[in-house]
Ligand binder design. Structure first.
Ligand SMILES: Cc1ncc(COP(=O)(O)O)c(C=O)c1O
Length: 393
């Protein structure tokens, strides 16, 4: 199982995979160490032997990503340092003054904040589709808001607060014969759920590499369909190692979006992590994940005085306590039980109004690769103990 070999640093139960995946497959650490010590050259610039090795690592990672998301061309995939920078490149790269955009209440601030800036400074018109009380979006509510001139529909594949997975294929079908681009933020699903850019008609896919996709922190991608690549503009300018006599940025991918040196050390790790992921039995992995999601739902729904909110599709659950602050419970889980979870609003400004959790946010528990049923049981016991101690029931 991916991530099963836990770190030797300290005993801990890590249940904050929605923030970043940990531990990575050992091959990730090995590849980064090997690249740093033995290669260390920049990619896309020199022609000497170690520079060529760096080039091949980057090309291999692009190929693996293209296969993972069924994007026809590895060359329309650009590397970024996280999901946020990829989303910013997408939003600023395709939107113009006054464009109409549809997004949803479940989005992360890495999408909502650039859109909000464009509303304030470039006059884009933004429609925000509400979600239900588990974070699910009705595709019909998107259809109702479409206008002839809608330029972009931007939606997360899954909520980072409740794990509710959206029906991307239904949304893609709405847009297939229109000029509207579909931007999918796959932060919570890349490497966990199958994603098919072609069958879901996704034009732009943005995601961090460091969550389910087994990359280290410092990785992210933006993948474009040919249609989106033809409409994209660069938003960061600089050296690309190509057409250096020209002051214009390259007009083709990936150079158009990749100014400056790539973080090849991290990409080497990501390439190795994607290799491990590709070697796994997808159905067995999906089954494992479903079991963890179910168990998490079970142990958290049994608690007295606690409301458990989840879409049930991924092992992500948000809890609210009748009588105690979620931050206090997170601290107790960490200090008394070595269980690491996150409390607060989870960088999602709008969803809490629909979940009824805007006052203090939620205690978010999120499993990922390598999470075991035993860890979820230990979490359940710890929460029971805390609930009893604080007389929540
Ligand atoms: C749904 C969603 N989108 C975007 C992001 C931003 O990713 P990053 O932290 O890599 O910038 C996150 C991070 O948690 C997320 O959950």
């Amino acid at each position: 199982m991916i991530g099963a070999q836990a770190s030797e640093t300290r005993q801990r139960i890590y249940l904050d995979h929605a923030a970043t995946g940990w531990p990575k497959p050992p091959a990730v650490y090995d590849a980064m160490d090997r690249f740093g010590r033995q290669v260390g050259a920049s990619a896309g610039r020199g022609a000497y032997r170690s520079a060529s090795i760096a080039d091949e690592i980057v090309a291999s990672c692009r190929r693996r990503l293209a296969r993972l998301i069924n994007n026809p061309s590895p060359q329309t995939i650009a590397f970024f340092s996280n999901g946020t920078t990829a989303l910013n490149a997408a939003v600023f790269g395709v939107l113009g003054d006054g464009d109409h955009v549809i997004t949803t209440a479940i989005e992360h601030n890495s999408l909502l904040r650039p859109l909000h800036w464009l509303v304030q400074h470039r006059g884009i018109q933004l429609d925000v589709v509400p979600c239900d009380d588990s974070g699910r979006i009705d595709p019909a509510a998107i259809a109702e808001r479409l206008r002839p001139a809608t330029r972009l529909v931007a939606i997360s594949h899954a909520s980072n607060v409740t794990g509710a997975v959206q029906d991307l294929t239904a949304i893609g079908d709405l847009l297939r014969s229109r000029n509207t681009l579909l931007l999918c933020d796959a932060a919570q699903t890349l490497g966990y759920l199958p994603i098919d850019m072609q069958s879901s008609a996704i034009d732009i896919l943005a995601a961090p590499g460091h969550k389910g996709a087994c990359g280290p922190l410092g990785t992210g991608l933006l993948a474009l369909s040919n249609k989106a690549a033809a409409q994209m503009r660069p938003t960061i300018f600089g050296g690309t190692g190509s057409i250096s006599q020209q002051l214009d940025m390259p007009s083709t991918m990936p150079g158009m979006l990749e100014a400056g040196n790539l973080n090849v050390t991290a990409i080497a790790g990501w390439d190795a992590g994607l290799g491990v992921l590709a070697g796994e039995d997808l159905l067995a992995r999906l089954d494992d994940q479903k079991r963890i999601a179910l168990q998490l739902r079970q142990v958290t729904s049994e608690l007295e005085g606690v409301r458990s909110i989840t879409g049930g599709d991924l092992p992500i659950v948000s809890l609210v306590f009748d009588a105690v602050d979620v931050a206090m419970v997170a601290t107790l889980l960490d200090t008394e039980f070595g269980i690491e979870v996150r409390s607060g609003l989870h960088c999602a400004a709008l969803i809490h109004d629909f979940l009824g959790t805007a006052t203090q946010g939620t205690l978010r528990i999120s499993g990922g690769h390598g999470t075991t049923l035993d860890e979820i049981d230990q979490l359940g016991e710890a929460l029971q103990e805390i609930a009893t101690e604080l007389q929540l029931g």
